[in-house]
Design a protein around this ligand. Structure first.
Ligand SMILES: Cc1cc2nc3c(=O)[nH]c(=O)nc-3n(C[C@H](O)[C@H](O)[C@H](O)COP(=O)(O)OP(=O)(O)OC[C@H]3O[C@@H](n4cnc5c(N)ncnc54)[C@H](O)[C@@H]3O)c2cc1C
Length: 297
C-alpha cells in the first residue's frame, strides 16, 4: 500500500511516517523549508512545495499529487491547519475522512483504526475503507532510520486567503510534547502563585510544567499550549507527576502514554490513582517540598 503524508508539524509528520511505513511506501509532502529535515525519518520520497501552507493551497497540491501517485491512503497530521486541509481535500476528491485516529493497523489485509470515543471514555476499533485520515499526535515514536529519499519540488499551491498581518502567538519555549519529565498541576493547586511553589520540583527533575484544562483554559494560570488532555496536547513523558489533578477521563486521554505516573491528591478516591504507579494521598503543598528536599539530599 502507498501512503501520501502531510503535516505542518514536523514532529507529527515524523510520527506518521513511522506508523504508515508498516503499510509500505510513504511519500511525504512538505514545505521546502523543512523537506530536507524529514529525510532522516526514512520516507520513500519527499514532494516539497513553496509558498503558502494555507489549507486550500495544500489541499490543492495534495489532490494533484494523489491523482499522480496514486496512493491508497492519505494521512494528515491532526493540527488546526491539518484538520482544515483534510476537510477541503475530502471535498475536492469526493472521499470521506476518518478523523482523529490514534492507531492504525493491517489486520489480514483489512485496515483497522482506533479512535477515542465518548469523550475519551472508550476506544472505538473500526475496520475502514476511508482513504483520508487525520492522525493524532502520539501515534508512533519517530524512527530515524535514514536513507536518502529523493526530493521533488512541485511548486506552490494557490490560495484564496491573503495574509494581511502575522501576529506571533505568545508561546513558551518549553514544548510539553517533547519533555521527558512533566509536572502537571490541576485545580487543586488553588491559585496562580501555587505554580511558583511547585517550580522547584520541575527544576530539580529537569522537567516542564503542564496543566489540566481548568488551569490552562478556565483560569489561564498556565498558557493554552501547556494543556494536557483530550482537547489539549497528548504527551508521553518518561515521568508524569500529577499534582491536584482529579484524573477525569478527558485529562487521562492526554497522558495515557506516560511511562511512569506519580499522583498527589488529598482525596484518596480520586480517579487519578487508578492511572498512577505511585500515589501519595495528602496536601500537595506539604508533599512537594518534601520531595524536593529528598531530591536535593
Ligand atoms: C469535551 C471536553 C474536553 C475536555 N478536555 C480536557 C483536556 O484536554 N484536559 C483536561 O485536563 N480536562 C479536559 N476536560 C475537563 C475534564 O472533564 C475535567 O473537568 C478536568 O480535567 C478537571 O481538572 P482538574 O483535575 O484540574 O480539576 P478537578 O477535577 O477540580 O480536581 C482537582 C483535584 O485536586 C485535588 N486537590 C485539591 N486541593 C488539593 C491539595 N491542596 N493537594 C492535593 N490535592 C488537592 C482534589 O481532591 C481534586 O481531585 C474536558 C472536558 C470536556 C467535556
Amino acid at each position: 500500500m502507498k501512503t501520501l503524508v502531510y503535516s505542518d508539524s514536523m514532529d507529527l509528520a515524523s510520527q506518521i511516517i513511522a506508523k504508515f511505513s508498516a503499510f509500505g511506501e510513504v511519500t511525504v509532502l512538505a514545505s521546502s523549508r523543512v523537506a530536507e529535515g524529514l529525510k532522516k525519518f526514512g520516507p520513500t520520497a519527499i514532494l516539497s512545495f513553496d509558498g503558502s501552507q494555507s489549507p486550500d493551497a495544500v489541499a490543492g497540491l495534495m489532490k494533484a499529487a494523489a491523482e499522480k501517485g496514486p496512493y491508497d491512503m492519505i494521512a494528515i497530521g491532526s493540527t488546526t491547519l491539518g484538520r482544515d486541509t483534510a476537510g477541503i481535500l475530502a471535498g475536492l476528491m469526493g472521499f470521506d475522512v476518518m478523523a482523529e485516529i490514534a492507531d492504525i493497523s493491517n489486520d489480514g489485509g483489512k485496515v483497522v483504526t482506533k479512535r477515542f470515543f465518548l469523550g475519551g471514555k472508550t476506544v472505538l476499533e473500526e475496520e475502514t475503507s476511508s482513504r483520508i485520515f487525520t492522525v493524532t499526535p502520539g501515534i508512533a515514536e519517530p524512527s530515524e532510520k535514514g536513507g536518502n529519499p529523493s526530493i521533488e519540488n512541485i511548486g506552490s499551491g494557490t490560495s484564496s486567503v491573503s495574509v494581511l498581518e502575522v501576529i506571533p502567538k505568545k508561546t513558551s519555549s518549553e514544548d510539553i510534547e517533547k519533555a521527558s519529565v512533566i509536572v502537571a498541576v490541576g485545580r487543586g493547586i488553588g491559585n496562580r502563585e501555587g505554580i511558583d511553589k511547585i517550580r522547584p520540583l520541575a527544576e530539580a527533575l529537569n522537567g516542564v510544567i503542564a496543566g489540566s484544562r481548568p488551569v490552562c483554559l478556565d483560569y489561564q494560570w498556565l498558557s493554552e499550549e501547556k494543556q494536557v488532555g483530550l482537547s489539549g496536547k497528548k504527551v508521553r513523558p518518561k515521568v508524569y507527576i500529577a499534582l491536584g489533578i482529579s484524573g477525569q477521563i478527558q485529562h487521562i486521554a492526554g497522558m495515557r502514554g506516560s511511562k511512569l505516573v506519580v499522583a498527589v491528591n488529598k482525596d484518596k478516591a480520586a480517579p487519578i490513582f487508578e492511572e498512577a504507579d505511585y500515589g501519595l494521598v495528602g496536601d500537595l503543598y506539604q508533599i512537594v517540598p518534601k520531595i524536593v528536599e529528598s531530591l536535593k539530599a
